[in-house]
Design a protein around this ligand. Structure first.
Ligand SMILES: [Zn+2]
Length: 136
């Protein structure tokens, strides 16, 4: 089950691209799924030429670029409630971080780094840097 804000965000994307949003069947279908008070606030923002839903990235509202209060952010992350940005009044939509395969296991990465450093050091000892010697 999608949260109303997810649907709202979808609606916003549709309305931004639909030629005549009022007559777009997909727009109408989405609107029916959103609670009236939520839709009302969204429409008020839209009427003023604002986006109704702002994405949240790294705890920052993409609508006004202000950092969100930690309490608001925490609620969003836990998807406990619908939150509105204190600064710009937009609904806040957080996109769950995609499961990106992170860098290989940390242990392997560290090993590789150390080996590389050792090799470099070894080479430096054998070949002294010629630029420094003449200056002294
Ligand atoms: Zn904002």
């Amino acid at each position: 089950m999608k949260s109303p804000i997810e649907i709202l965000f979808q609606l916003q994307e549709l309305e931004d691209h639909a030629a005549v949003p009022d007559q777009d069947a997909a727009v109408q279908r989405l609107r029916q799924k959103i609670p009236a008070p939520v839709l009302g606030h969204y429409d008020r923002l839209r009427v003023r030429g604002k986006k109704g839903v702002a994405l949240v990235r790294n705890g920052v509202c993409a609508g006004c670029h202000m950092r969100l209060a930690s309490g608001i952010y925490a609620t969003l992350v836990r998807a406990e409630d619908i939150m509105i940005c204190d600064t710009c009044g937009r609904y806040l939509h957080i996109i769950p971080a995609p499961a990106v395969p992170e860098a290989p296991a940390p242990a392997a990465a560290i090993d590789g780094g150390i080996t590389l450093k050792l090799i470099k050091r070894g080479r430096k000892k054998k070949v002294p840097t010629p630029e420094i010697t003449p200056a002294v």
